[in-house]
Design a protein around this ligand. Structure first.
Ligand code: UDP
Length: 476
């Protein structure tokens, strides 16, 4: 009898920025080994958005990948009817997280059992950031697990040290109220306290909206410590980008396997605008367009949107701006006021960002520095202007500006607003005629080559993922 095929259960929290890299990893696993099976699972509400009614049957039956059922999509329950609705009510967010952490493990446990009962036993559970209980569910059934860290290695190292002896020092520095105050963590370059992940500074306060996220990260690092002899951590980055940080990750078995890009079209929880913007890009000269997006979560206040539009128009370069549906009313107000002064840009509610970034016309990405956006930009060779706000975005912006030097960071004013003049200055620094801008573009091209090599057959990220799959095969 032939041994069972390696079967990975990929679990993710229901945010677009988590679903996208998880889905890409799922398809990448299928691509690196022809015998591998994958079951992809997120919450029921997100699953519904990924597979609106007519496609649902196809999604559930796993025929959507054209791979003879090698990829199946089966949701788990977070204990709610419609998922988390968003909003600013801390109580509602805390209640959602409590439900997610209580119902999630029960539902995922039942899923692992059901898969085994129908002859598709799980050989590895792979889970993204906000599901520390996934490791316990797996361990309870004798199944090894791996964390899929969807941020850079350097950020993993910061979290690791914070939860291993440095929480007090960080808290003390943070309390002083000066964001430029320097924190030293083992093996890492000195960091300004204001560049640390906000979940480790402002969110340690129980009254903070994201306190439940801080607690979840704390659980996650406790969970990793319980793995023996070492926790396996797959990271959506490549070792060439993070040589220094890789030496600072503690005892964990860290495997950079990225940056993983979509293989063809990708399901998203957002509806894409029709692809006219791609035709528009086709009409623009090489490296002439400024692409602007702040990801799937951040919304812009009217003042910020005005500054952006003024800065982009005054810069006289064509621009493609993403303003999501939930920010549309603000855009309508701004447009009504600016009227015909808006002439160089195209605004969409949602685009296929990876396609946009890989279009020859795009010359710069003004980004909030969510890790997916940064990784996609690095992999596409597009220089960045970083405007970080929350979570680890400041760390990512710092890596772009100081380590890889493929972009600059915009300075916001005291109210956190990036002014039009500053936007213009930053765009010039990466798109302009000067020698420094040309050097930024040269390095962006160089890192694109390095990332592609890491992902190519025989590259470092490719070999790490193959080794991970082989490990699952040999212990089946
Ligand atoms: N994205 C997209 N179209 C858009 C805007 C964003 O496809 O119009 C994708 C982007 O490619 C990335 C994800 O949404 O994969 C955003 O993730 P990121 O980590 O950058 O930020 P988050 O949304 O989590 O803040």
């Amino acid at each position: 009898m032939s041994p069972p095929r390696p079967h990975f259960l990929v679990l993710t929290y229901p945010l677009q920025g988590h679903i996208a890299p998880a889905l890409r990893l799922a398809r990448r696993l299928l691509a690196v080994a022809p015998d591998v099976l994958v079951t992809f699972s997120t919450t029921e509400a997100a699953h519904q958005r990924l597979f609106p009614a007519k496609q649902e049957e196809e999604g559930l039956n796993g025929r959507g990948d054209g791979g003879g059922g090698r990829l199946e999509f089966i949701p788990f329950s977070d204990g709610t009817e419609g998922g988390y609705g968003g909003g600013s009510d801390v109580g509602a967010f805390n209640a959602y997280m409590a439900s997610f952490h209580a119902a999630g493990p029960r539902s995922v446990g039942a899923l692992v059992d059901a898969l085994a009962a129908r002859g598709r036993p799980v050989s590895r559970v792979v889970y993204t950031l906000m599901l520390p209980w996934a490791a316990d569910v797996a361990r309870g059934r004798g199944v090894p697990s791996a964390l899929y860290w969807i941020q850079p290695v350097a950020v993993f190292a910061v979290y690791h040290h914070y939860f291993h002896g440095y929480a007090g020092a960080v808290a003390e520095h943070y309390r002083r109220g000066d964001p430029s105050f320097v924190v030293e963590l083992p093996g890492l370059a000195p960091l300004a306290v204001g560049d640390l992940p906000t979940f480790l500074t402002e969110s340690t306060d129980p009254a903070n909206y994201f306190h439940a996220v801080f607690l979840t990260f704390r659980d996650l690092f406790d969970t990793l410590d319980r793995e023996a002899p070492a926790a396996t951590v797959l990271i959506n980055s490549c070792q060439e980008l993070e040589v220094g940080a890789l030496a600072a990750v503690g005892p964990h078995d860290v495997l950079p396997i990225g940056p993983v890009l979509p293989a063809g079209d990708e399901h998203s929880i957002f509806k894409q605008d029709d692809a006219k913007y791609m035709e528009w890009l086709d009409t623009k000269p090489a490296s002439s367009v400024v692409y602007v997006s702040f990801g799937s979560l951040a919304t812009m206040a009217r003042e910020q949107l005005d500054e952006l539009l003024v800065g982009l128009e005054e810069g006289r370069r064509p621009y493609l701006l993403v303003v999501r549906k939930d920010n549309k009313a603000t855009l309508a107000e701004a447009e009504a006021e600016m009227g015909e002064r808006l002439e160089n840009g195209v605004v969409v509610e949602w685009c296929d960002q990876v396609r946009v970034l890989s279009h020859a016309a795009v010359g710069c990405f003004v980004t909030h520095c969510g890790w997916n956006s940064v990784a996609e930009s690095v992999a596409s060779g597009v220089p960045m202007v970083g405007v970080p706000k929350v979570s680890e975005q400041s760390m990512n912006a710092r890596l772009v500006e100081r380590e890889w030097r493929t972009g600059v960071r915009g300075q916001v004013d005291d109210g956190g607003v990036l002014r039009a003049a500053e936007l213009r200055r930053c765009v010039e620094e990466v798109m302009g005629d000067g020698a420094a801008a040309a050097e930024v573009r040269r390095r962006a091209r160089e890192w694109k080559r390095v990332a592609a090599e890491a992902m190519g057959n025989g590259g470092s990220s490719y070999c790490n993922l193959v080794a991970f799959v082989d490990g699952a095969r040999s212990s089946n």
